[in-house]
Ligand binder design. Structure first.
Ligand code: NAP
Length: 290
């Protein structure tokens, strides 16, 4: 939404989708300053309007960009301050409910970043601090300098890396997991086939999940999701999201949406459960469950 890398995105559709999400009771919205180089935050702020104080807005900093669109990691104290001020302006709020370090910055000591964030917190400009794409070790170091409320992790039926140790640690230490990629970039919606051709400006044109043997395997998994969904009158996308949401420690599954229809479908992943038997079937098909 408001960004690039996903083919054509229409701002009006994005705004309507956010408003539909509000109507459906969605109260958590994730963005980042780098998405569309500020445009995604602007669109979200515009779409939420007066409701922006009634919901949890999560944004991120730590990937800076220049006028040519070159990006790089930056979590230096001075950048934390300027990025925060810019995000507050774009989102039209005075305090960011959840401010997340987008990616670890190997050239900046985490103590510097966390101290700057804590100062902003003391000034009332940030409510909670979160991280994203941090390893277990990186979280443990960051934790020494302040409270970490949440971490954003890639997690889906076909991306189970966090199960090795991160998920267990987060659950044990009350660090909420916010998952992304849980629809595998839309793959689990079942709308793609081997004939699908992605445009060059769509990241999926280069994604191995959409290529060769891996794609074939993923399409077979979608068939299984559909089969399981039939029992619950749910779609393959809803089953894939439900599976993620049922995992202990997962607070929210963030999905990218372009249209009202997509948010309507994704919201259908809420307020029901998969049976133990179906969890087992999916776990056997894709690896072990946490
Ligand atoms: N922390 C991080 O580093 C990080 C990284 C990536 C993402 N994220 C967060 O996660 C969000 C989502 O990104 P993601 O990578 O996880 O994407 P995703 O949710 O796996 O896929 C999103 C795409 O799938 C399609 N889609 C979504 N719902 C659908 C439905 N019901 N039916 C059919 N197609 C549907 C849409 O694209 P089409 O209509 O074009 O198919 C949509 O743009 C981002 O906006 C961001 O907030 C965070």
């Amino acid at each position: 939404m408001g960004g690039h890398g996903w083919g054509k995105v229409d701002d009006n559709n994005s705004i309507n989708a956010v408003r539909r999400a509000l109507d459906l009771g969605i109260n958590f919205f994730d963005t980042a300053d780098v998405y569309g180089f500020g445009h995604s935050e602007e669109i979200l702020g515009r779409a939420l309007g007066d409701k922006r104080h009634d919901v949890v807005i999560a944004t991120k900093f730590g990937v800076s960009w220049d006028s040519n669109g070159n990006i790089g990691r930056n979590s230096q104290a001075s950048y934390v301050i300027s990025a925060l001020e810019n995000s507050l302006k774009r989102l039209k709020i005075e305090c960011i409910p959840l401010y997340q370090i987008h990616w670890p910055d190997p050239s900046t000591p985490i103590s510097e970043t966390m101290s700057a964030l804590k100062k902003c917190q003391d000034q009332g400009k940030i409510k909670h601090i979160g991280v994203s794409n941090f390893s277990l070790q990186e979280i443990n170091v960051a934790k020494q300098w302040g409270n970490i409320m949440s971490t954003q992790v890639p997690y889906s039926l076909i991306d189970r890396n966090i199960e090795t140790n991160l998920a267990h640690h987060c659950t044990k230490n009350s660090i909420h997991m916010l998952t992304y990629g849980s629809l595998a970039k839309g793959l689990f919606s079942g709308k793609f086939s081997e004939d699908t051709i992605f445009k060059q400006d769509d990241i999926r044109s280069k994604d191995p999940s959409f290529k060769g043997v891996q794609f074939k395997k993923n399409l077979c998994l979608v068939k299984e999701l559909r089969k399981i969904g039939l029992k619950y009158n749910k779609s393959s996308a809803q089953v894939a999201l439900r599976w993620v949401l049922d995992v202990p420690g997962v607070l929210a599954a963030i999905t990218g949406i372009k249209t009202q229809a997509q948010i309507e479908e994704n919201v259908g992943a809420l307020q029901w459960s998969l049976s133990c038997e179906d969890h087992e079937i999916l776990s056997k098909l894709t690896g072990s469950h946490v």
